[in-house]
Design a protein around this ligand. Structure first.
Ligand code: PMP
Length: 442
């Protein structure tokens, strides 16, 4: 093989969701991380205000996870999971199942949230087919829903630019419920808005239009994260549950962000007291140490698919080379032990009121148009800079990073979702930095 000179000009890595050209002119490189802090390539400590990407819930560099992964890699690096298995896959699945709502104890492992979503949609369709209702293929998502970047995910997702780019290639038979955020009624709500539960009734309109017998599933994020922290109105999820149950339609909760303690409970389903039929997971499932996602399906769904198959047939023709990868499974087991051992979900619940009070104190800061929060997740919506939507939030994000705080931005919304190990002083620093930065942006 002829060797070519090593390219070291930051051109080869085509960055996700990022303009390489802009990034290269002022790169932000993170080189190490411990606890609540990253260290940047210029040697600065950066407080992690968003748990990486909503995923490092136990904080960075946790010894228990590192040593579990190291031990597993020294013992066995990889095992195929088609017609084969390894013990940690079963152990990890049992541990995840223990945290799921009653009945959702069949766990299918994936490697990301996007894969979990597409897997969940396929399971829903397979379930109906197994029960002799193969005509139930329609899917219903929601405006401003984010369900990853697979073709299934962008089809049920409700983000305009994501859909527009592939408009001729989206999967057919998909409708969308309206999103639940209405500035006139819901602005500056602390916790769940009072207004908006009736929007779930739009599902009845879609059922009247298409007939329930053609609809497989409804998928929503209990709390939308990536599209700007949209908290469900009181009673909304309950209403969705009632309508779907009445019509034999499966309800899928995309808990890629809300799973594993973000709201102070193992799942948003537990927090809201609403049990879906299928639940998607990823991110904090193993503290993001190794790529991993999962789908938790109700055992009635699993059993219907299994029972309808002839004895030696493959029950669900679906899977990934790295489903339940040994290192990811080891990280998952260590992480779930750590969450329980340190009581991190309860810790998040305990910190939530302080987090809420502190973020809402920014109400009078420049450009703040709305503030929303639940558990340890919050969003601050800024007024758009005229002619340059998103530019003000981007400037705020860059300046916060320079000031030693990592936050997320999406459109003109700043998003916060710190590791659950954060303390009150760090919560104060996080929002105080944002306040100071907002005083300097255009
Ligand atoms: N679903 C939701 C609700 C998400 O927030 C995300 C990622 N932010 C995904 C799916 C996609 O996950 P991934 O990026 O791991 O594919």
């Amino acid at each position: 093989m002829t060797s070519r000179p090593v390219i070291n000009d930051m051109s080869s890595f085509w960055m996700p969701f990022t303009a390489n050209r802009q990034f290269k002119s002022a790169p932000r490189l993170l080189e190490s991380a411990k606890g609540m802090y990253y260290r940047s390539s210029d040697g600065r400590e950066v407080l992690d205000g968003c748990a990486g990407l909503w995923c490092v819930n136990a904080g960075h560099g946790r010894e228990q996870i590192v040593s579990a992964v190291t031990a597993q890699m020294q013992t066995m690096d990889f095992a195929p999971t088609f017609q084969m298995a390894h013990p940690l896959a079963f152990k990890a699945a049992s541990k995840v199942a223990e945290l799921m709502p009653e009945g959702l104890d069949r766990i299918f492992f994936t490697n990301s949230g996007s894969e979990s979503v597409d897997t969940a949609l396929k399971i829903a369709i397979a379930y109906h087919r197994a029960r002799g209702e193969g005509q139930r293929t329609r899917l219903i998502g929601r405006e401003r829903g984010y369900h990853g970047v697979g073709f299934g995910g962008i089809s049920v997702g409700g983000i305009g630019p994501n859909r527009k780019a592939y408009s001729g290639n989206l999967i057919p038979g998909v409708d969308h419920l309206p999103h639940t955020h209405n500035p006139e009624h819901n602005s500056f709500t602390q916790g769940q808005p009072v207004w908006g539960a009736h929007l779930a009734e739009d599902l009845e309109r879609l059922i009247a239009l298409h007939d329930a017998s053609t609809i497989a599933a409804v998928i929503v994020e209990p709390v939308s994260g990536s599209t700007g922290v949209l908290v469900p109105p009181q009673g909304y999820l309950q209403k969705l549950r009632e309508i779907t149950a009445k019509h034999g339609i499966l309800l899928i909760f995309d808990e890629v962000i809300t799973g594993f303690g973000r709201l102070g409970k193992a799942t948003a389903s537990e927090y809201f007291g609403v049990t879906p039929d299928i639940l998607t997971l990823a991110k904090a499932i193993n503290n993001a140490a190794i790529p991993m996602g999962a789908v938790a399906a109700h055992r009635k769904i699993h059993d219907a698919i299994v029972d309808s198959s002839s004895p030696n047939a493959i029950e669900l023709f679906h899977g990934y080379t790295y489903s339940a990868h040994p290192a990811a499974a080891a990280a998952c087991i260590a992480t779930l032990d750590l969450y329980r051992g340190e009581g991190l979900f309860e810790r998040a619940a305990g910190l939530a009121p302080f987090f809420e009070k502190t973020v809402h104190a920014l109400r009078d800061a420049p450009f703040v148009k709305d503030i929303r929060n639940l558990g340890l997740v919050a969003g601050i919506e800024l007024e758009s800079r005229p002619g340059a939507p998103g530019a003000r939030a981007y400037e705020t994000f860059v300046k916060c990073f320079e000031a030693g705080v990592l936050i997320r931005y999406t459109g003109d919304i700043l998003a916060f979702s710190p590791p659950l190990i954060i303390d009150e002083a760090q919560i104060h620093t996080l929002f105080d930095t944002v306040r100071k930065v907002l005083a300097t942006v255009d």
